[in-house]
Design a protein around this ligand. Structure first.
Ligand code: ARG
Length: 411
């Protein structure tokens, strides 16, 4: 019997999918549950897959790989979609695709399957990534294909003795990994409505956060966070810790009306305390250690990479090329950033680096100033030369410059 590897979350959709795939495609299902830090009961999910009829069920702890090869590279790249969204779900999908393909090869499966709908970005990310990694594999997306309404799906589950998880009653649709959680649907579909308190699980409301500020120091080596408050930590632990501490202070809430790849605007709520704080700190360190030209150019690369990650192109050759630029740009991004958390805000209050391009002797207005102010005169003379030339020859006539005509002034 041919087999298919299904990305299995344990929810209603992917549980129903196990039965539906067997019926529709006559394929045996191997359930693959991947832990990217969502804190679910994995043995229980595994058992559920087997109960519903999967011929095998595998659980993979992908947290280390996720941080090392997906979240942190996105951090180094400064990848934030539309200036708001740190891309938690979007950086998780290529890894899920990679593990689906690996397990398919391991079992000699001819297909992979996932529970994405036909309206979102995730289907694109998974399909395109799987195609990039193994163009021969068939891809099955039951939820996109079956066209059952929610009540029909629940009825199908009942008839097939598929346990219906308690979460079906939640009006929200969520996705979680270490880099953040996303919440959509229900009342949130009205972009005018403030998110109800119940949607937030990782962050206190600023009103209820501690009344005293908390300082934290984040140490980076070559653009990678390596220690918190002087204590060395591996990436997974560091992110978990920052999610807790910054979340406690109400930091990392995002409310974003974003442009999906397939053309829909959607209102998305995110909680991403660690990602928000790490991006902020990383940026502050780059401000100290990259030249102006590097920083300006890197901005272009950052937004290009963010767009590509969002749009499912993680495994593209262009991303690989841009990644090489980012990697190179990080070689002096080493140092420590100090932040102050207070009532929903995170503020940079200090930074230091052995490779800092900030030079006190050049910046100071105090004694110890070594900057040669006379040199500025010559600089300005050359820098302004083209403007002086053009002004003299072309721009002094009426209507020739940007100056507003001052009232009461004769032409
Ligand atoms: N809008 C976000 C994105 O496209 C979050 C998607 C969440 N996915 C989900 N299956 N609930 O990355």
């Amino acid at each position: 019997m041919d087999t298919v590897v299904l990305a299995y979350s344990g929810g209603l959709d992917t549980s129903v999918a196990i039965k539906w795939i067997k019926e529709k495609y006559n394929l045996d299902v191997i359930a693959l549950t991947i832990d990217l830090g969502s804190e679910r009961n994995l043995p229980e999910i595994r058992q559920r897959a087997l109960n519903v009829g999967a011929i095998d069920a595998k659980v993979v702890d992908g947290r280390d790989i996720f941080v090392k090869h997906f979240a942190f590279p996105a951090l180094q790249a400064g990848a934030i979609y539309e200036k708001e969204y740190p891309l938690a779900t979007a950086v998780g999908r290529p890894l899920i695709a990679k593990l689906l393909v690996d397990v398919a090869h391991e079992y000699g499966a001819k297909a992979v399957a996932h529970g994405c709908t036909g309206k979102g970005n995730d289907q694109v990310r998974l399909d395109v990534s799987v195609q990039a990694l193994d163009p021969q594999l068939q891809i099955i997306a039951p939820v996109r294909e079956w066209k059952m309404s929610r009540p029909e799906e629940i009825e199908y589950a009942r008839q097939n003795n598929i346990p219906i998880p308690a979460t079906v009653d939640s009006p929200y649709s969520t996705d979680v990994n270490l880099w953040g959680r996303s919440i959509e649907a229900g009342i949130l579909e009205d972009p005018w409505v403030e998110p109800p308190a119940e949607v937030w699980l990782w962050t206190k409301s600023p009103e209820q956060s501690p009344n005293n500020p908390q300082y934290i120091e984040i140490e980076f080596e070559k653009g990678l966070p390596v220690a918190l408050d002087g204590e060395a930590m591996d990436g997974v632990k560091l992110i978990q810790h920052l999610n807790d501490v910054a979340g406690e202070h109400g930091i990392g809430r995002i409310d974003h009306v974003e442009n999906r790849l397939i053309g829909i605007k959607s209102r998305e709520i995110y909680e991403a305390p660690a990602a928000v704080v790490l991006h902020q700190a990383h940026q502050a360190l780059e401000d100290m250690t990259l030249s102006r030209d590097q920083a300006r150019f890197k901005n272009l690369i950052s937004s290009q990479i963010a767009e590509m990650i969002y749009n499912g192109l993680w495994f593209s050759a262009l991303h690989q090329d841009l990644r090489a630029f980012v990697e190179s740009s990080q070689r002096h991004v080493t140092g420590t950033v100090r932040l102050k958390f207070y009532k929903g805000t995170s503020m940079i209050v200090g930074r230091k680096s052995p490779k800092s391009l900030y030079q006190y002797e050049l910046a100071t207005y105090d004694k110890g100033d070594t900057f040669d102010q006379d040199a500025s005169l010559g600089f300005i003379k050359l820098y302004g030369l083209p403007l002086r030339t053009q002004a003299t020859i072309q721009m002094l006539g009426p209507g020739e410059n940007y100056l507003p005509q001052l009232e009461g002034r004769e032409e």
